[in-house]
Design a protein around this ligand. Structure first.
Ligand code: PMP
Length: 385
C-alpha cells in the first residue's frame, strides 16, 4: 500500500484521500476549492438532504441524545432499533429483521452466525470485501463460484454431496463495480435443488430496483424464495447502518451468535429515526426511481456515444472500462479537474485486470449535470479504450 501511495504522490494524484471540503447539495460538493458534481457517492435517491428525514433526526437528537454508548446486547437497544427491524421485515414481507451498525457488519455478522468451522460457504467470485471477510470470520471453508454463473454453483454444490443441504450461498443483487445484476431466478432454482440457504446482498439495489424498491429479488419475483436479504442504509437511504431480514424462526439466535452485532455500539437514535423516515419514502419513491432510471439511461447513452466501453446495461452504477492503472488514474484526475468526481478502481479491486471509472447516478442529478459529466469524459485527450 505504501508503494502505491508513493507512486500516486509522484503523479500528484490522490484518488483515495480526496476530501470533500463542503457538501453543497446531494450532487454537488466543494473539492480543491472547485464546485464539483458528485458522481461517485452512491446517493442513489438523493435523500441525504431530505427535509423530513433531517427533521426526524433532529427530533431524535433532542429527545434521545447523540449516542447509545453501548451495544445492543448491553445498554444500546432502544425502542427505535426494534421498530426499524420490524419495519424492515414488514417492508420485505419477512418474519423478522436485525439491524447492524454498518452494512459491512451485517455481512460479517450474518455469515459468521450462519456458518462455522466444518461448514462450507459458497460465494460469487466478485463478492464485496465484507462477504469475503464474513467467510473468514466464520471459519467455514469458502468456495468461490464463477461470477453470476448458477450452473457453476450447481456443479460445486453437487460435488458437496450430502453436505450441500443447508450450505450457505451468498450473492449480490447488483454488483458494485460493474453494475451488473445477478440472475436471481437461476440462483434460487439451484439453491432449492440442493437445499442450500440463499442470502442476497442488495446494497446497490435497495431503493433502486423493484416496484417498491426492494431490489433485484423483487424485480425478479423471487423475494419469497430468498432466505436472507442483507442491505445497507448507506446508499439509497442516505445514512449509515446495515440490516438483514429473513423468515428463519431463529433470527434471535443468529443475533446473539453474531460477534459484529454483540461487540460493537448500536446506531445512534438520530440515525435510526432518519433511516425509519427514509425507509417510508423509499417504498413510495416511484418518481425518484423513474428519475434515476432516466438519468442512468442518459449517462449510459452519452458515454456509449462517445465510444467508451461500459460495464453493464443502464443502471445506477455506470462503469467505464479504463484499461491500464496509470492511464485510469490520470483520467480520473482529469475528470476531477473538470469538476466531476467519480470513483477510480484499480486491480486487484476490480473484477478483471482492467481499471474502472465508476459513476454512481442519483435521482437528484439534473439532466444538465448528466450532460456535464458526459462533457468531462468527452474532454479526455487520451485514447478511448
Ligand atoms: N455490501 C456491498 C455489496 C457493498 O458495496 C457495500 C459498501 N460499498 C457494503 C456491503 C457495506 O456497506 P456499508 O457501507 O454500510 O458498510
Amino acid at each position: 500500500m505504501r508503494a502505491v501511495r508513493q507512486e500516486l504522490a509522484t503523479l500528484g494524484i490522490d484518488p483515495f484521500g480526496t476530501q470533500i471540503d463542503e457538501i453543497i447539495t446531494p450532487t454537488e460538493g466543494l473539492i480543491h476549492g472547485r464546485r464539483t458534481i458528485l458522481a461517485g457517492t452512491n446517493n442513489y435517491l438523493g435523500l441525504t438532504f431530505d427535509a423530513d428525514t433531517i427533521g426526524a433526526a433532529r427530533e431524535a437528537l433532542d429527545h434521545a441524545g447523540t449516542g447509545t454508548t453501548g451495544s445492543r446486547m448491553a445498554n444500546g437497544s432502544y425502542a427505535g432499533h426494534r421498530a426499524l427491524e420490524t419495519e424492515l421485515a414488514e417492508y420485505y414481507g419477512k418474519r423478522d429483521g436485525i439491524v447492524f451498525s454498518t452494512g459491512y457488519q451485517a455481512n460479517l455478522g450474518m455469515i459468521s452466525a450462519l456458518a462455522g468451522p466444518g461448514d462450507t460457504v459458497m460465494i460469487d467470485a466478485d463478492s464485496h470485501a465484507s462477504i469475503y471477510d464474513g467467510c473468514k470470520l466464520s471459519g467455514a471453508d469458502t468456495i468461490r463460484f464463477r461470477h453470476n454463473d448458477a450452473a457453476d454453483l450447481g456443479k460445486r454444490l453437487r460435488r458437496l454431496g450430502d453436505k450441500a443441504a443447508g450450505t450457505l450461498v451468498v450473492v449480490e443483487g447488483v454488483y458494485s463495480m460493474l453494475g451488473d445484476r445477478a440472475p436471481l431466478r437461476e440462483f434460487v432454482d439451484v439453491a432449492k435443488q440442493y437445499g442450500a440457504v440463499l442470502m442476497v446482498d442488495e446494497a446497490h439495489s435497495l431503493g433502486v430496483l423493484g416496484a417498491k424498491g426492494r431490489g433485484v429479488a423483487e424485480e425478479a419475483g423471487v423475494l419469497d424464495e430468498v432466505d436472507y436479504i442483507v442491505g445497507t442504509f448507506s446508499k439509497s437511504l442516505g445514512n449509515t447502518g446495515g440490516f438483514c431480514v429473513g423468515d428463519s424462526a431463529d433470527m434471535d439466535v443468529l443475533r446473539y451468535a453474531s460477534r459484529p452485532y454483540v461487540f460493537t455500539a448500536s446506531l445512534p437514535p438520530a440515525t435510526i429515526a432518519a433511516t425509519r423516515q427514509a425507509l417510508r419514502k423509499l417504498a413510495a419513491a416511484d418518481d425518484l426511481r423513474q428519475r434515476l432510471r432516466e438519468n442512468a439511461e442518459r449517462l449510459h447513452a452519452g458515454l456509449a456515444k462517445l465510444g467508451f466501453r461500459l460495464g453493464a446495461a443502464p443502471n445506477a452504477v455506470v462503469a467505464v472500462l479504463a484499461g491500464e492503472k496509470l492511464e485510469a488514474l490520470r483520467f480520473w484526475d482529469h475528470l476531477l479537474k473538470q469538476g466531476v468526481y467519480v470513483n477510480v478502481m484499480v486491480p486487484p479491486a476490480t473484477p478483471s485486470d482492467e481499471s474502472l471509472l465508476r459513476c454512481s447516478v442519483s435521482a437528484a442529478h439534473t439532466p444538465a449535470q448528466i450532460d456535464a459529466i458526459c462533457a468531462a469524459f468527452a474532454s479526455w485527450p487520451g485514447a478511448r479504450v
